[in-house]
Design a protein around this ligand. Structure first.
Ligand code: TRP
Length: 447
């Protein structure tokens, strides 16, 4: 068997894992949640929950992955006991299925981002009909751009860990940050932006503990850190044993939060600029209208009001979205591809095209039954599967895998782990606090 891939440096891992974490969830999902959940109050609760709940689960995944250094199904098996092998299989396969299903709906949205990106050029060239086709919902557009997005995702994954995932994450992530800062600066100069900054940065503390807000912040934190499907486990499996894994995980969580907060500084002020320019964003009752359509209705409407700068800003914005989506989609596809290549001995490039092709078929089924399947798949994966699988990861780390073996694993690359803060808090945390919190979340979202 060919040598296993590994990230070539600490920075490469952090950029790839942050690339996975930072995606449509940050730039699209987070600002929408902020706008519909009391502005800064949501930001505050989200940050607290990411550190209290999401970071410990992220660490559970990274540590299992780096310990076993294989695909996710085999990794969980490696930390199971003879009596819990069935549970390891269940967790591994369910995670792989969930990763594939998340990819299947994510790629449809990512395809729209590419279409809107090209739409900006069509507008610059005065191609009105082309632009209309690119930016209006249709079967043909959805199918074509889904294909385009899959080709990009599959090509990168087919090229392997260092030649594909690492190479593209380290190129695209700095570009993403640059684009974002440029856009924030530009929007900040527009009339109306100041009101957006105010709403965003002034938490209404009376809403911080609102149960719905807490639940939404928790699911958002899960999705945003790519937890509960094995993505972080497989990326962890490509980390060298000489790295301090607790520190790497903290950098990834911090970057993910940082970019979500930055995305808020872009999208929320942009909404208020749109409002200033006459675009309707809140209904009479004060609720955000068409919250899911924020990116595809409010922002394009805003770009229209910006005159000749409009198409350029649109191109920059949608290239930002496409980049963010791509560094995330490769991390989803990597989960089943690593399994096909390591457990089923398929050559990696073939595995990427075969598995990617199968997931594309699922996307097409969704595209043809959009109204029913799209929301259903999103709910099944993000609302139910991710938290429950995250809970199972905690069960393996907290209750099944031997505590001393975990410590031995962490000590590689962090010899003094035993005396550090991480080891004092984290084991108890994943054992009791995380499972209970996830159960509470789950209970609430079911009722
Ligand atoms: N975290 C990414 C985002 O915020 C999406 C993502 C990538 C993901 N890999 C994942 C979500 C695995 C859940 C599971 O957009």
């Amino acid at each position: 068997m060919a040598a296993r891939g590994e990230f070539s440096s600490r920075t490469a891992f952090v950029l790839a894992a942050a690339g996975s974490a930072i995606g449509l969830g940050n730039i699209w999902g987070f600002p929408i949640q902020v706008a519909s959940n009391g502005g800064g109050a949501f930001v505050f609760t989200y940050i607290v929950l990411t550190f209290l709940l999401a970071y410990p689960i992220l660490m559970a995944e990274l540590i299992i992955g780096r310990h076993a250094k294989t695909d996710t199904v085999s990794s969980i098996l490696a930390v199971s006991s003879p009596g819990t092998r069935w549970l390891a299989y269940l967790t591994g396969y369910w995670g792989m299925l969930t990763a594939s299903l998340i990819l299947s709906f994510y790629s449809i949205i990512a395809g729209w981002m590419i279409a809107y990106f090209i739409g900006g050029f069509a507008e610059l060239l005065g191609l009105v009909d082309v632009k209309a086709w690119l930016t209006e919902f249709s079967l043909s557009r959805n199918i074509i751009f889904c294909f385009v997005f899959y080709s990009l995702t599959i090509s990168i994954v087919a090229s392997g860990v260092s030649g594909g995932i690492e190479r593209w994450s380290t190129r695209l992530m700095p570009a993403l940050l640059l684009l974002m800062v440029l856009l924030i600066a530009y929007i900040a100069t527009q009339d109306g932006a100041a009101e957006g900054w105010r709403v965003y940065l002034q938490p209404d503390f009376s809403r911080v503990l609102n149960p719905d807000l807490v639940i939404n912040a928790l699911s958002q934190a899960f999705f945003s850190l790519s937890l509960g499907v094995g993505t972080m486990m497989i990326y962890g499996s490509y980390v060298s044993k000489s790295e301090n894994i607790a520190k790497l995980g903290a950098s990834v969580a911090a970057l993910d939060i940082g970019v979500a907060v930055l995305a808020g500084l872009l999208v929320i002020p942009a909404m208020y600029v749109a409002l200033h320019n006459g675009v309707t964003i809140y209904d009479d009752a004060g609720n955000l209208i068409a919250s899911d359509n924020l990116i595809f209705t409010v922002l394009p409407a805003l770009f229209e009001t910006m005159g000749s700068a409009g198409p350029v800003v649109a191109i920059l914005f949608f290239s930002l979205m496409t980049i963010a989506a791509l560094t995330s989609s490769i991390s989803m596809l990597e989960v089943p591809v690593a399994y096909a290549s390591e457990s089923k001995n398929m050559p990696r490039a073939k595995a990427a095209w075969v598995v990617g092709g199968l997931v594309l078929l699922i996307s097409l089924v969704i595209v043809f039954n959009f109204g029913t399947l799209f929301p259903l798949v999103i709910a099944f994966t993000t609302k139910y599967s991710e938290p429950l699988i995250g809970l199972l990861f905690c069960v393996f780390v907290g209750w099944i895998w031997h505590r001393n073996h975990i410590l031995d694993e962490i000590k590689q690359g962090y010899p003094d782990a035993e005396n550090g803060l991480f080891w004092k808090i984290w084991p108890t945390y994943v054992k009791f606090v995380c499972p209970l919190l996830v159960l509470a979340l789950f209970w609430h979202s079911m009722s």
